[in-house]
Ligand binder design. Sequence first.
Ligand SMILES: [Zn+2]
Length: 436
Amino acid sequence: MGILSINDGYILSSWHGGTLEKGCIRIDEKTGLIIETGSDVTPQDGDRQYSMPGNIIAPGLVVGHHHLYSALARGMNAPKKTPSSFVETLQYLWWVLDRALDEKTVYHSAMAGLCGAAKLGITGIVDHHASPSFISGSLKTMAGAFEKFHMRGSLCYEVTDRNGPDEGAQGIRENRDFALSHMKHPLLRGAVGAHASFTIKDKTLDGIASLCSELDLPLHIHLLEDASDRTESINNFGMSPVARLQIRNLLRKGDIIVHGVHLTDHELSMLVDKDVYLLHNTRSNMNNRVGRAFLEKGNWALGTDGIDSDILSEARSCFFRGREDMVPPAFDAPLAFLKNSQNVLGSFFNENLSELAAGSAADITILDYNPPTPLSAGNFAGHVLFGMESWAVRSSMVAGKWLLYDRKIQTVDEMEVMAHSREAAKTLYEKMEKLQ
Ligand SMILES: [Zn+2]
């Protein structure tokens, strides 16, 4: 353990509104923090030096909303019954997959998902987990995978009552146990997860609110992803999903509210006032044909919703979808959202993960990008949106430790992880066959 310095590259202080200048960044491996960074910083005698000429040294990329439990879904057979609505997509596809997951497949899903994320330069993930047949201990199982990779994360269990009477209480207990046992973990924290309120009964929602308040933890929930969330809520509980959360003092500053595609303008304004994070998942919204979120106001951040871990692809999709048929958000808005995903995760640690600065956590993504035209902080968004994709990712570190170096994962054997993952996928698919 000592001090390492990364020099000869261009330091991007932030993905949005930052500076880009040739310089050096010095990191204390013991604390995992940046000691100093800038154009006037030079490596010191005794530093372990890494020369990265021409590379861009940027704040580590974060997926602000993910479902690593879906990592083994890639390439699986279509469901036996073809869904004709969003709720049927859940019933015939995702709720079959999550019920088929057991301890082994939860672990290998996490390992495979983290492998993909690491290759894409991701240094942190805010995950939302479901495995109804294996609730108790599921977050600890996932944490084991995060620890193997040395990936930063926030984990929670998606509480729901959709599969039986004890399920809600078990989910709450899992969130509680995990959060309490990871209050001081160097890289992991808990949140209070909830699926979507239309699958949660009043008593369970009361328990979720109590836990948020008792441990002062943010709620991480899907809200109005599809219009059916509102109609189901009104039909079954007599009020809108937003009202059900509001009367329980949920929707507090820092809560992680995912999708929000069908929020009314009034509801969106209220969430802006509450200062919650709003998580946008462009490609998932398109895939599920749920509609378009209104991104003109609100504290929006970006997630992938389990599609993959490619947050730069998500930013580009957000941009192009935004251009398509309505008043587009600001040109560089996707990069502001990308930066906000880093803030979502940073808020769990009281760490600044969105800027490279003295005292910030040394979570860094390094890109080997040879620009065909002059590159500056002022036109950085243009380069990202029209050319700098995730293939440019060369290396990454989390809290001062290399996770990816020269495109090779440093913490696990990628070939072995993927071989185990393919085997686990086969057993998962067999179980899914029986459940359909
Ligand atoms: Zn989601």
